[in-house]
Design a protein. Structure first.
Lengths: 111, 113
């Protein structure tokens, strides 16, 4: 069946580096994507979203890139900080009112 | 400042003993969702309400039910919890369910003895 998935389960980076978290999706009809950050013991926190009519969207220290040709989504975090350590999920708005989450990537930031 | 509030944060119940988890929101959103999240896994949608309209996922066990008495509150009822129901339960809201993010509470961690 169709799914949203991530290539890397764990990403380890040094403080100050840039981080890139990747996500592959298979439903070409999906038109809206979201990145969430989930810290231990907390609910997912919205980071940034992008609609399918865009290729790139920037926020504060974060950028989301969407490549519809290869059905690939990425989250770039600039100057990664220890507070960025968390699990990151991409989510696909596959149909009205429903999100499908990817499997998650754990980001570990060491000082 | 909390906009989606889940109570309690931790809940312990006995095998087979009914349990209710609660969620409230101050966002006045139309849609409320319940997710189950097991350790190191992604959240899995159980069901959602669009206003008073209930929408169940096809693979949600009958053991799980929900109530939404008004816009602000939504409850998750587990009629006869089994050991496999131990998980984090997340409540989320969205304004009308279109191309917009869902806002999550911090969840209730349910343990089954």
């Amino acid at each position: 069946g169709e799914s949203v998935g991530l290539h890397l389960p764990t990403l380890s980076v040094q403080e100050g580096d840039n981080s890139i978290i990747n996500c592959a999706y298979s439903n070409s009809a999906s038109d809206y994507f979201i990145w969430y950050k989930q810290e231990s013991g907390k609910g997912p926190q919205f980071i940034i979203d992008i609609r399918s009519n865009m290729d790139k969207r920037q926020g504060q220290r974060v950028t989301v890139l969407l490549n519809k040709t290869v059905k690939h989504l990425s989250l770039q975090i600039a100057a990664t900080q220890p507070g960025d350590s968390a699990v990151y999920f991409c989510a696909e708005n596959r149909s009205f009112q429903k999100l499908v989450f990817g499997t998650g990537t754990r980001l570990l930031v060491s000082p | 400042d909390a906009m989606v509030i889940q109570n309690p944060r931790y809940q312990v119940t006995q095998f087979g003993k009914p349990v209710t988890l609660s969620c409230s929101q101050t966002l006045n959103h139309n849609v409320m969702y319940w997710y189950q999240q097991k350790s190191s896994q992604a959240p899995k949608l159980l069901f959602h309400y669009y206003d008073k309209d209930f929408n169940n996922e096809a693979d949600t066990p009958d053991n799980f039910q929900s109530r939404r008495p008004n816009t602000s509150f939504c409850f998750l009822d587990i009629r006869s919890p089994g050991l496999g129901d131990a998980a984090m339960y997340l409540c989320a809201t969205s304004r009308d369910g279109g191309r917009q993010p869902q806002h999550f509470g911090d969840g209730t961690r349910l343990s089954i003895l």
